[in-house]
Write a protein that binds this ligand. Structure first.
Ligand SMILES: Cc1cc2nc3c(=O)[nH]c(=O)nc-3n(C[C@H](O)[C@H](O)[C@H](O)COP(=O)(O)OP(=O)(O)OC[C@H]3O[C@@H](n4cnc5c(N)ncnc54)[C@H](O)[C@@H]3O)c2cc1C
Length: 391
């Protein structure tokens, strides 16, 4: 078994792990990042697409990505559609902010390129099997690569940025320990070759259920519709897919095209019981999961990282542990606001399978109380574009 030493060992080369390593490097703190997947898999998995105003500022100002400004698309609003009736939520007018549509895998390509250009130690195909001695000054990550070779990474601090099935979480209060909610619906997501059906995202609530009409580029579109969580993504023909989608977006004729990717995305809300133990901390999906309706997952990962990086700088450069002691409390303030917003958007926009006629009419009342009030629209715009960042 080989042992290497670094200052910060980061498990997971998702947005959280890579951005943290980038920020630490700027502060002169060495790190090693490992990921169990290949670089190709990391760079080509389609996931998040909406970046909050502050996320874009953080990526650009720290030199992590400038392509977001040239290749991304700025969106100054979204549409909420209620039974075919469209209502624009004008972010610029309401809060003077915007979001960017820039796919997560493009953010990852930028971050990986920056890490490698800076000569950082970034290892793909290396899986963490456990974290040892998190309460000591020498916590360790025990890893194995694809050939079965074991490597131990000894560090001053270990960060679990290893996503929702986190191994690092098991070394805190236990892998499943935390606050949890499951939902009785999921999203059927498609990627298709077609021009955009609308200039901005449409979040549509209809009696048939929810649909999200999103964009990726001039020739590729991403769309979702509400489905049963147990649904087999191959069970629909393309014709059925388009008819299900179209039925949920009355008022817009969708531009159809060949569907080249389909998946069923289950919904969970989760916050881990503990975010830090000694010299081990969790960031991003390892610490929390949100349903995708509020577009908060990747943004929350970036927000955690900004708070943690500040704390690690104080701890490792100045031997000051006050910020690391406050890390969980500081990060959780935003995490629970984002949990609430994601839950609220999800419950307000989806039709529950056991919804009664009362539930349906109440839901329309709720949507109208948002779209017909400037205060309601402003709350949505403020939360969607993102609260001010710490750190
Ligand atoms: C379909 C979909 C749409 C989404 N849309 C949005 C959106 O619009 N906006 C938004 O903000 N968020 C969205 N999200 C959520 C967002 O993608 C996640 O919140 C984000 O990826 C979290 O980043 P992360 O770095 O914490 O974790 P991940 O991106 O999950 O990265 C974790 C990494 O750790 C690696 N890993 C795991 N275990 C180990 C191990 N034992 N050893 C080594 N490596 C390991 C994994 O291979 C992975 O690369 C969406 C998610 C999905 C699935």
């Amino acid at each position: 078994m080989t042992t290497i030493r670094t200052r910060v060992a980061i498990v997971g080369a998702g947005p959280a792990g890579l951005f943290l390593s980038h920020l630490l490097d700027r502060a002169g703190i060495e790190s090693v990042v490992i990921d169990s997947r290949t670089r190709d898999a990391v760079e080509n998995t389609i996931r998040a697409g909406i970046l909050e105003h502050g996320t874009v500022e953080a990526l650009v100002e720290t030199g992590a990505s400038t392509r977001v400004l040239t290749d991304g698309h700025r969106h100054e609003g979204i549409e909420l559609r209620v039974d075919g009736e469209g209502h624009r939520i004008d972010f610029q007018d309401l809060v003077g902010r915007s979001v960017f549509l820039y796919p997560q895998h493009e953010v990852l390509r930028d971050l990986i390129a920056a890490r490698l250009a800076a000569g950082q130690d970034l290892r793909f195909g290396v899986t963490a099997t456990r974290i040892e001695d998190p309460e000591s000054d020498r916590p360790r990550v025990v890893t194995v690569d694809g050939d079965g070779a074991e490597l131990v990474i000894e560090a001053d601090f270990v960060v679990g940025a290893d996503g929702s099935h986190s191994v690092a979480r098991a070394a805190l209060s236990g892998a499943r320990s935390g606050y949890f909610r499951e939902y009785p619906f999921a999203w059927f997501g498609i990627l298709c070759e077609a021009p955009p059906s609308a200039p901005e995202l449409i979040y549509s609530n209809s009696a048939q259920g929810f649909a999200l009409i999103s964009q990726r580029s001039e020739s590729v579109q991403r769309m979702y519709f509400q489905c049963d969580p147990g649904m087999d993504p191959e069970s629909f023909s393309e014709e059925q897919l388009w008819s299900e989608l179209q039925a949920r977006v009355p008022g817009t004729t969708l531009v159809e095209g060949p569907v080249f990717q389909r998946d069923v995305l289950r919904f969970r809300s989760f916050v881990a019981q503990d975010l830090r133990r000694g010299r081990l901390a969790l960031v991003g999906d390892a610490a929390h999961t949100v349903p995708p309706t509020g577009a908060k997952g990747m943004n929350l990962a970036v927000a955690d990282v900004l708070v943690l990086e500040n704390a690690l700088r104080a701890l490792l450069l100045e031997n000051d542990d006050r910020l690391i002691d406050a890390y969980a409390e500081t990060a959780l303030r935003r995490i629970w606001k984002a949990q609430h917003f994601s839950w609220w958007m999800t419950s307000m926009l989806h039709v529950s399978p056991d919804a009664s006629e009362f539930d349906r009419r109440r839901q329309i009342g709720e949507l109208r109380s948002v779209v017909e009030s400037r205060a309601g629209r402003t709350y949505l715009a403020e939360a969607y574009t993102g609260w001010p960042l710490e750190g």
